[in-house]
Every structure is written in structure tokens, then in C-alpha cells.
Design a protein around this ligand. Sequence first.
Ligand SMILES: [Zn+2]
Length: 335
Amino acid sequence: MKKVIIYFFSFLFICFILPALLTKLDISTSAEANENMAEENTESLSEPYTYNQYGTIKLLHADTNEVEEVALDTYLCNVVSAEMPVDFETEALKAQAIVARTYTIYKINHKKHDNADICDDSTCCQAWISKEDRLARWDGDKEAKWSKIEECVNATKGKIITYHNEPINAFFHSNSGGKTELPVDVWGGGSDMPYLQVVETAGEDGYTQYNSEVELTNEELLEKLKTTYADIQIDFNNDEDIKIVEYTSSGRVKTVKFGNHEISGTEARRLFGLKSTNFEITKEDGKIKFTVIGYGHGVGMSQTGADSMAKSGSTAEEIIQHFYVGVEIKEVNSL
Ligand SMILES: [Zn+2]
């Protein structure tokens, strides 16, 4: 009789209880696995992008001549926070992050410095500011501002701008004055960069970088010209002696006449410290006034134009497609 009872309970255990236990075990195991997967997914969003190459760059600090090795996306936070106001729209900051990443990778492939990939001098390569200095110059919630920059860089990690599958030379500037410029009219080259065209952007007149003036006395103007043109002679009473001779296709000054010399708009910009080559000249009471529109060389992405587009609802990718004609945005590891 005992044996029958044992067999009966064994039968019950094997047929019903054990499967139920195993099923329960199974469910809890897969639930745990799902949780782990969810954790892994969350982690991967905040993890840095694993660059096949370009993960670390050699950054030359121009003032100390020291070369620092730094992770690309960490470097880009310092660049974006130096190049664009943090209160600009998120999509504009994201566009700036993609542009800066592309510009950096282009510089790695087209080295300017012997011992480094890029330097921190904005007039040579690309602006850079340490986090410490950046926070010291900001007001208000500084850490929240830094987080905004980090989020914009992270949201674009791995993304660069390509033309025919090559990273582009992603020039950018502050304010185009409503119309960007061809590289040939600034540096005399650029036929190999067909993605840099004249494009129009609305809303740039709403920024402080749009309007500026430089006023010089006749003597100051002559002194500045003499630094390059020793034999300069101007008859300030003759309207023909100071005049704009030719404009570029975007409407900027291509050539301007000062007495016995005709100089380029870019040379005039450098000599007189003008914010751009989009200027008019007026003469009165022994003074010469340059009324200037826009800020920077005008080639590629306008930063205020990017912010203006973002305010109107454009995404970072749409902003980039607007300023660089015919380009694609790709994962750098896919090249
Ligand atoms: Zn440099």
C-alpha cells in the first residue's frame, strides 16, 4: 500500500508539479534576461561611440605648444561650447557637433601640423575651450549648460558629413548676412568642393552679428593701407578714388579701389578689421565709414543661420543639407 502511495505522489510530482516549477523558473529567467537587456540598451545610449579609427585625436594647444591625446567626442564638447552660444537651439548645436566632427576628421586626413591632428587656434584650425574655462565664463546653471552641450554631441555620435563617400571640408562661420559665399571668392580655390555653394537663409538679420560698422579718419585709412602698399596715394576729394569695383556672385566685395591700388575684398577686410567682405563705403567729414553685413568668411554653414532654421523647426540634418549642397550624413565607421 505504501508503495502505491509513493508511486502516486511520484506520478503527481513528475506530471504536474515539476513542469509547473520549471515553467515558473523559465518565466523568471526570461524576465531577468529582459531586464538585463533593457539595462544594456540604456547603457549603450550613454556609452561613447566606439570609433574604428579617429577615436582619439592629438590636439595641439597653440599657446603652450603641448600635444594632448583626447577622445574625439570629449574634444567636440570643448569645440562646440567654444564655437557656438549654448543658448542656441538644440538642433543648431547638434548640427555644429556634426560639422565640427567632420571638420576634425578632414583635418586628420589632411594634416596641417607635423606632431598633431588639429590645434586649438580658431584662426588656424578650430576653436577649443577647456571645460573649466568654459564654466567660469558662463552665468546661471553652468552644469546644466555643459550637459546640454554633451547631450548634443552624444546625440550625433559617429555622424559625419560626406560627399561621394568622403568626409567634406566643413567650413563654417558666424553670420552669412543672408547668403553664403563661394570658397573661390575667399581663398581663390575650392573647385574640388562643389558642396560649397551660395545658399540663402532667412532670419540672420535678427542676430547681433548681422550689423557692424568701422569708422576711420582719412589718415588712419592711409596708415593701414601703407602697411602693405607703401606707395599708396588717395585723393579724398575725388569720388572715383575710393570705390567698390566688383562684387562676388553672393554680393560681397570682390575688388575695391583705394587711389592707385585695387585690392581684394578679403584684403580690405583684413586691413581694416571688418567683420566680413559684405560692406559699403561712405565718406564724410574727413572720415571713411564701412557699413558691414554678416560676420566671417561666409563659406559653408552659418551658425546664426543654423539657429534661425532650428527656430523655424528644421532638424540638424536639414540644416546641414541646406548649407552643404548634395551631401549625405553617414556613420564614420561605415566609410
Ligand atoms: Zn591649426
